[in-house]
Design a protein around this ligand. Structure first.
Ligand SMILES: O=c1[nH]c(=O)c2ncn([C@@H]3O[C@H](COP(=O)(O)OP(=O)(O)OP(=O)(O)O)[C@@H](O)[C@H]3O)c2[nH]1
Ligand SMILES: [Mg+2]
Length: 183
């Protein structure tokens, strides 16, 4: 069955397709679900997936991905506000702010929420890395300033990024659960 990935972000879809293509087809749909104000990615994603599944007149399952970048020196900011901060402050300026800190550790977290007629399930993935001056042409969002094991996420192929990333880990947990459930 096709999984409908509810997102306006094509980078997320590319990574999900790369990961799931051997087993499931991923169809991107845009639905403007309410992104609730919460400091919990899990609550935001769960609410979005449920609302979308119920609003769409179809039995096909949906997934929603809510992702945040948490900078340790900033007390976890921007976290759930990462999209807003990318649009307002921007990636380059966030890096400049972080470059003044001794501690440049940061963490990406993705919560994938899956909704169908039986309910909602969530799958989580995280990766810890270091913020660096922008490098690399691949990926999207904050990828050029997030370094893991000597390379930024923007210096990795989609497959390489999926192997270590927050989203890749969440997709792995989802894919395991989904395969068991279909069997
Ligand atoms: O360097 C990155 N590597 C990633 O793997 C990644 N995934 C998301 N992001 C960014 O973090 C915010 C999430 O916000 P977000 O989850 O609301 O997504 P979004 O608004 O882009 O799409 P949507 O799914 O909500 O439609 C947005 O600024 C994204 O650009 C990433 N940055
Ligand atoms: Mg968003």
């Amino acid at each position: 069955m096709a999984i409908r990935f509810v997102t306006g972000n094509e980078g997320k879809v590319r990574e999900a397709r790369e990961y799931l293509s051997s087993t499931d087809s991923v169809e991107q749909i845009e639905y403007d679900y309410t992104e609730i104000q919460s400091d919990s990615l899990e609550e935001i994603a769960t609410h979005g997936a449920r609302e979308t599944f119920e609003a769409l007149d179809s039995d096909e399952p949906v997934i929603v991905d809510d992702t945040g970048l948490s900078v340790e020196a900033f007390g976890g900011f921007p976290g759930p506000y990462s999209a807003y901060v990318e649009d307002t402050v921007g990636v380059e300026r966030l890096w400049r702010l972080a470059s003044e800190e001794e501690n440049r550790r940061a963490r990406f977290e993705t919560v994938l929420a899956y909704a169908d007629e039986h309910g909602t399930e969530t799958f989580e993935g995280t990766v810890v890395g270091t913020l660096v001056a922008p490098r690399g042409e691949g990926g999207f969002g904050y990828d050029p300033i997030f370094e893991y094991n000597g390379r930024t996420l923007a210096e990795m192929s989609t497959e390489e990024k999926n192997a270590i990333s927050h989203r890749g880990r969440a997709l792995a947990a989802f894919a395991d659960w989904y395969a068991d459930r279909e069997a």
